[in-house]
Design a protein around this ligand. Structure first.
Ligand code: TRP
Ligand code: ZN
Length: 879
């Protein structure tokens, strides 16, 4: 394998470019089998630029046909074009216009970066470094320029021509061609450029902003899918209104377009005024989309829309600052969902995601800070650490500063940096200046990798009537960061008295405590409360107010007391999780559980199910045991996935089989005949009903699989149908094979539903799954260029089928490695992402660890890999 250490980019080397591109005039001539791009770049040297400083433009897989300055073609010696770009040896030391022409082959672009074709439609993806695959450019986010785009295309193949900003001209171009000219008045980095040309249908609507601007909205899609775009449009309008209410942010152009495409590397992209979406995050109708899909659409539509302020109006200086836009925008979309639906349910789901995806990343060989200081391949840093941990950091700021203080901070941030490319430092400075607080220590959250462990011991002194919490924090070393600094941990808390109601105190000393918040920022601290009449039960880290692993040492009795009485719904849920986790870890570690302990959890689950004050969505989450991955992390080392799988199933049976009657009643009581609606209450009802069904089947209750099979056949929506199918497939009941086959024929023609079938097939935790997947991939009609199909099958397998992926005989590892080798030649981003499934390998028991290591080493020895895949592989093997 090539080692590409010479390619490492360091934050400390950041320097502004000696030249700036201030305006861009692009002319695309789109034809059936190639596209010509002429670019006029208005370039200015900086005042400090010395004469003779070359202009170095990025370029990737471009074919240069001509290059000129101010209209005069350049002599051969005046420039050099190579695999990385175009160098103008001695440009004029004044404003000039560089003119280049390149020939592109979007038809053969399977990397899906730059200009490519998806089901015939021409579309672009430029973040982070795709624009250099369209024309030679200063492809870095700190170069802001205004763009004008003219596109000419065959009228029959591409009646719709879109780009950023406003349409300023269009017309006939002769010979069956037509043209459109778009202009974007807002200066932007090249990664926000977008263009779409295709034969598309659309739906339209409009939104009037708070200041009275009427914005025309449109969603473009494959003909025939228009009615499936209505939920996305509804989500967009609610997002626009919410951003005005919560953040005072209005939309700024007269038009906002969204385009759905089938081949897309990520979820969606926030290009100015022209968001491009993976169609799985646009299309929804009850028969083919699940509640989860509706939820995802609402969330991602909001996320991309919110980028208009956090990302576009205020952008990143360099890619090290990625979480400046992503962490903040994820925080904003989380808050949107919380306000639109249920705050507690949203928080619990986000914490589950954080723990099952980000914590493992942070505790494994790919750990990196939310703001990294070096990278070899920036595409590998669009991670759950940058996105989700980045959002947690913003959430902690909001907790520390309070609602008003936080809003003052964002207001100042927008006011100061509108139209700029900026940094994490500037972001924090806005909050500290607006609130007159020092955030120097807080900043370490951005610079440090690893999940902190927070341990809390308690002591009650009956004589003195004092209650003391002893706090300790520790973050273990991560690759490249052997020593760690103490972090600022905002710990929301409450004390609960024996009768279940909140207990107050007459005084408090020690760490900084305000009302319901302890701000803990040292290695150790003691907080002593006075005037405490009896031993309270502490409820710590309410709302999961910091992304840490909390160890309280509370007894099962105290935990179940919290599960019953805590006024914080998050911690009530957490308490049940902790009890389940402790039982699972003990049993898997060879310490059989005490029957009373299981019975107590069973009783608490039963009480939760029967509690009429809790909503259905919340109950569905509460009666869920920690998943296998989370149990694995809690065990921490020498993991045997098969043991975890079996131990968890045994526990599930022991806890829920005694509740069979209640679960069945719950299931029946939630049966509904009203038409499908994606609102929070209906979604919650289906979630709880399907959870009850899953627990019945999982506990092996007589008649449960027949009930699931019946639900599959009679379901009137995809949520219920897929839930039944996947529980039957997961537990391998006799009904499963026929129903899987039925699903395939029933929906095989709809690629997004085929993805659901692929995912269910790939997650079956039993022998034979690898052979099934091989057969699917060997079918010549399987589209190996489509990221959704590939990820639904092999991505799901590597991330969501622990027992088969991590088989003791190594067959799962080998299968994924072969897949990565093959797909790396087609789409390196997809290959690199699937490969990250191996990141757990150092924590496995020795047999599996050796098997994984041998497969990774083989991959490394095997030959030339893309920079994307080589980077992941090298980091994974370094540990
Ligand atoms: N900026 C996009 C978002 O989070 C994600 C993104 C990054 C992306 N790189 C991409 C999308 C490549 C598609 C392809 O909203
Ligand atoms: Zn984003």
């Amino acid at each position: 394998m090539r080692t590409e250490t010479e390619h490492t980019i360091y934050l400390k080397d950041y320097a502004p470019s000696p030249y700036r591109i201030v305006s861009v005039d692009l002319d695309f001539k789109i034809q059936a089998d190639n596209t010509r791009v002429r670019a006029l770049l208005t370039v200015e040297p900086r005042e400090t630029t010395a004469p003779g400083t070359p202009l170095v433009l990025d370029g990737d897989e471009l074919h240069l046909s001509s290059v000129a300055i101010d209209g005069a073609p350049l002599a051969l010696a005046a420039y050099a074009a190579d695999a990385n770009g175009l160098t103008i040896v001695e440009p004029p030391l004044r404003r000039f216009v560089l003119e280049t022409e390149v020939l592109l082959q979007p038809e053969g672009n399977t990397k899906l970066m730059g200009l490519y074709r998806s089901s015939g439609t021409w579309c672009t993806q430029c973040e982070p470094e795709g624009f250099r695959r369209i024309t030679y450019y200063l492809d870095r986010p700190d170069n802001l320029a205004v763009f004008k785009v003219r596109m000419t295309a065959p009228l029959d193949l591409a009646p719709v021509l879109l780009a950023n900003g406003n349409l300023i001209d269009k017309g006939d171009a002769g010979d069956g061609m037509h043209y459109a000219v778009w202009e974007d008045p807002f200066p932007k980095p090249a990664y926000l450029f977008a263009l779409v040309a295709g034969d598309l249908g659309s739906i339209t609507d409009n939104f009037t902003t708070a200041s009275g601007r009427k914005v025309d909205l449109a969603i473009y899609c494959t003909h025939g899918k228009e009615s499936q775009c209505l939920w996305a449009m509804d989500s967009l309008k609610r997002s626009m209104a919410w951003d005005e209410r919560r953040f005072g942010r209005e939309y700024d152009l007269d038009i906002f377009n969204i385009v759905a495409v089938s081949d897309f590397n990520f979820g969606a992209m926030e290009n100015k005024g022209l968001n491009i979406f993976n169609d799985r995050l646009v299309f929804a109708e009850p028969e083919t989309a699940t509640d989860g899909n509706y939820d995802g659409i609402e969330r991602v539509i909001a996320h991309e829309y919110f980028h208009n302020w956090t990302g576009n109006r205020v952008t990143c200086r360099d890619w090290f600052q990625l979480c400046l836009k992503e962490g903040l925008t994820v925080y904003r979309d989380q808050e949107f969902t919380s306000d639109e639906r249920s705050r507690a349910v949203k928080r619990i789901s986000d914490v589950v995601t954080l723990r099952s995806a980000q914590f493992p990343e942070d505790g494994g060989p790919l750990a990196h800070p939310p703001r990294p200081d070096q990278y070899r391949e920036i595409n590998n840093f669009y991670t759950t650490t940058v996105y989700e941990k980045g959002a947690e950091i913003v959430r902690m700021l909001a907790t520390l500063l309070g609602t008003d203080g936080f809003r003052k901070g964002t207001d100042l941030y927008f006011e100061r940096h509108d139209g700029q490319a900026t940094t994490i430092e500037a972001f924090l400075a806005a909050f500290s200046d607006a609130n007159d607080v020092n955030l120097d220590q807080f900043k370490a959250w951005y610079l440090q990798a690893g999940t902190p462990h927070l341990s809390v011991d308690q002591h009650y002194d009956a004589d003195k009537q004092t209650y003391t919490l002893k706090l300790k924090q520790q973050t273990l070393p991560t690759p490249g960061q052997p020593t760690k600094q103490d972090l600022v941990l905002p710990i929301k808390f409450g004390l609960i008295g024996p009768n279940g109601s909140p207990m107050s105190w007459s005084g408090v000393s020690g760490a900084q405590v305000r009302d319901d918040l302890i701000v803990f920022n040292g290695a150790e601290a003691e907080v002593t409360f006075t005037g405490i009449p009896s031993r309270p039960v502490p409820s710590l880290l309410r709302e999961f107010s910091a992304p840490v692993v909390l160890e309280t040492g509370l007894s099962q009795e105290d935990q179940l007391f919290l599960a019953r009485h805590d006024s914080d719904p998050f911690n009530r849920w957490q308490a049940l999780q902790d009890v389940g986790m402790a039982l699972a870890v003990d049993a898997i570690g060879g310490k059989p559980w005490r029957d009373e302990a299981v019975a107590a959890l069973s009783q608490a689950m039963s009480d939760t199910l029967g509690n009429s004050e809790l909503d259905d969505a919340y109950k569905a989450l509460a009666v869920t045991l920690p998943d296998e991955q989370m149990i694995g992390r809690a065990i921490g080392s020498n993991i045997d996935p098969q043991k975890i799988h079996e131990g968890r199933r045994d526990l599930l049976k022991a806890v829920f089989a005694p509740l069979a009657e209640q679960l069945r009643k719950t299931y029946e009581g939630l049966t509904s005949t009203v038409p499908y609606s994606p609102d929070a209450a209906s979604t919650g009802r289906r979630a709880l009903r399907n959870r009850a069904l899953g627990l019945l089947v999982g506990s092996g209750v007589a008649g449960a699989s027949e009930l699931a099979a019946q639900q599959y056949s009679t379901a009137s929506n995809m949520t219920d149908r897929l839930a039944a199918l996947s529980v039957l497939a997961t537990y391998g009941t006799v009904e499963a094979p026929a129903l899987l086959a039925d699903f395939r024929t029933r929906f095989g023609g709809d690629p997004l539903v085929l993805d659901k079938w692929l995912s269910v097939t790939a997650s079956v935790p039993r022998d034979g799954v690898i052979e099934d997947m091989k057969a699917i991939l060997a079918d010549p009609s399987f589209p190996k260029t489509n990221p959704n199909r590939l990820r639904s099958l092999v991505g799901t397998f590597a991330m969501g089928n622990p027992t088969q992926f991590m088989r003791a005989d190594g067959a799962g590892f080998r299968f994924v490695a072969e897949f990565v080798t093959e797909v790396d030649k087609i789409n390196p981003q997809v290959a690199a992402r699937v490969l990250t499934g191996f990141r757990i390998w150092p924590m496995l028991e020795s047999g599996r660890r050796d098997a994984a290591k041998a497969v990774l080493a083989g991959l490394q020895a095997g030959g030339t890999l893309s920079r994307n895949t080589a980077d992941i592989l090298t980091r994974m093997l370094a540990s």
